[in-house]
Design a protein around this ligand. Structure first.
Ligand code: SAM
Ligand code: SF4
Length: 498
């Protein structure tokens, strides 16, 4: 026992590379200045209608807002102005992403972690949790269910920070997932994009992940507020180093990963400050690397096993404030994908898409190894927190189809080089939308044929009919090629894309 603890300490000592922090900071200071962000929040308290309308127009021209503009939106409480903001948020989403929604599933690789975040059920000092890390065989079994039974094409693979799930394990697990191919009703199921949510890494390790075929690399800052960060993440842990985490995505860019996801855990500190932190972070990436975040996540703190802070923080975000923060993020970074997860209730998730969210998970199971066990671990204590919506992918797709959305399983972008700066430009100018529309139709057809229940298939056929009609009318030059590919999919071909 003693020996294994010593090994863990030695491993942890080697993780942080100080020179990979120092190269970005200025005289030891990072780009989040708490006082400046608070100052901007307080000087933008007065909101006049003309200014808010102007800011909404800027957002509608797909330009990132300044911190002052974001602060002005955060200060709005007038119901009419809020309504204008909500309507603009939906217009922005439709302009950039049309009526598409992307779905994915999280796959938790283990609950071993050397850190001790006060809000997390996996924290090292939680002695009531049964620790487990998936073997490659377990991962294969989980992937078979996700890709062969449920029909997911994208995963977000989640790792604790631990020598047992180090970068070599991550690389092996990504390869294992991509290798699984399962026969389905008419074709085959396969995971085509593996996104990763993991602790900050060195540039050397990030290069290994990139080589393994990583999709998006997500690191959530949790809280941008320095003092709260120190309270939540004990100093003697790796995660206790704010700057190592803050510059994780800078290092990703240096490692050649140009597809990154930001996030903050809402409920640790004042939600307005966290929104400012997310926008400051997005602007910093844009100005330094020419590319902003591919996605932004905004999980709300959920009760977790043996993590009392989750219910006593004093900063819990109400549903009303949560809806507002989604609108403000949508307007502030108009081109970015926004992820709403099954932590939230079905009701909030429905609203989220009308406020501009673009991605969500479904058929979610966060118990370790839970998918292949039929998710019976859902209520157990080996999971990180409790979910708010456990509906199946089939039910969720049916509901969104009835709301006018098409679920896209497209993963073409990163496989044909439409990532990073290229995808940002395409998104900002609305051009990516053309490929996405066609690929949404093709992949939705695949999913309906391979996985949909009869009830969902009937609703889905209506969606397909409408979408095909739109392509015929708006992009007639591509219609014949689309129909050619569509027919191939109907007769069992898979993974065709523009
Ligand atoms: N261990 C890695 C890390 O901390 O970056 C990645 C995995 S962690 C399991 C993924 C995310 O879950 C964290 O970044 C945090 O935002 C979120 N999380 C942790 N505890 C939570 C809770 N009680 N409620 C909601 N989200 C939580
Ligand atoms: Fe570990 Fe991540 Fe949980 Fe913190 S949030 S205890 S780093 S798994």
């Amino acid at each position: 026992m003693e020996k294994s603890n010593d090994l863990k300490v030695k491993w942890a000592d080697r993780v942080i590379k100080q020179d990979e922090i120092d190269r970005y900071t200025k005289s030891g200071k990072d780009f989040i200045d708490d006082d400046v962000l608070n100052q901007i929040l307080s000087t933008n308290q007065k909101t006049d209608s003309a200014r808010i309308r102007e800011i909404c127009d800027k957002s509608l021209s797909i330009e990132t807002l300044t911190l002052d503009e974001t602060a002005a939106l955060l200060a709005v409480s007038d119901p009419d102005l809020l309504e204008i903001m909500r309507e603009t948020a939906l217009k922005v989403k439709l302009k950039v992403y049309d009526n598409r929604i992307v779905t994915f599933a999280p796959l938790y690789m283990g609950n071993e972690c050397v850190n001790n975040c006060l809000y997390c059920g996996f924290r090292n000092q939680n002695n009531s949790v049964t620790r487990n890390v998936l073997s490659m065989e377990d991962i294969r079994r989980e992937t078979e269910v996700l890709s062969g039974k449920i029909g997911h094409k994208r995963l977000i693979v989640v790792y604790g920070e631990h020598p047992k799930t180090d970068v070599n394990y991550m690389v092996d697990s990504i390869k294992t997932i991509y290798d699984v191919k399962v026969k389905t009703r008419k074709g085959f199921g396969q995971i085509r994009r593996v996104n990763v949510n993991a602790a900050p890494m060195s540039i050397e390790d990030l290069k290994k992940l990139q080589k393994a075929g990583l999709g998006t690399y997500q690191v959530f800052q949790e809280t941008y507020h320095h003092r709260t960060y120190s309270l939540m993440h004990p100093k003697n842990t790796i995660k206790g180093n704010y700057a190592w985490r803050l510059y994780a995505l800078h290092r990703a860019f240096e490692a050649g990963i140009d597809d990154v996801g930001l996030g903050a855990l809402f409920g640790l500190y004042d939600w307005r400050f966290e929104v400012m932190g997310l926008i400051a972070h997005s602007r910093e990436l844009e100005s330094r690397f020419g590319i902003g975040p591919h996605t932004i996540s905004f999980p709300r703190l959920e009760p977790a096993d043996n993590a009392p802070y989750t219910t006593t923080s004093g900063y819990q975000v109400s549903d009303e404030d949560f809806k507002k923060l989604m609108v403000v993020i949508r307007l502030s970074v108009p081109y970015t994908g926004m992820i709403i997860t099954a932590r939230e209730s079905a009701e909030i998730r429905r609203k989220a898409f009308l406020f501009g969210c673009t991605q969500t998970d479904a058929s979610t199971c966060i118990g370790i190894g839970g998918y292949s066990k039929g998710c019976i671990l859902q209520e157990g204590n080996d999971q990180q927190f409790i979910l708010g919506d456990t509906r199946s992918l089939d039910e969720v797709i049916r509901e969104y189809a009835k709301m006018g959305f098409i679920t896209s399983f497209c993963t073409a972008g990163y496989r044909c080089g439409r990532t990073g700066e290229c995808i940002m430009d395409l998104l900002k100018t609305g051009q990516e939308g053309v490929f996405c529309k066609l690929n949404a139709i093709l992949t939705f057809r695949e999913w309906l044929d391979d996985f949909a229940s009869e009830e969902t298939r009937i609703v889905g056929e209506e969606v397909i009919k409408r979408e095909l009609g739109e392509v015929k009318e708006k992009i007639p030059e591509l219609y014949p090629k689309l129909i050619e590919q569509y027919k191939k999919i109907q007769s069992g071909s898979r993974d065709l894309y523009f």
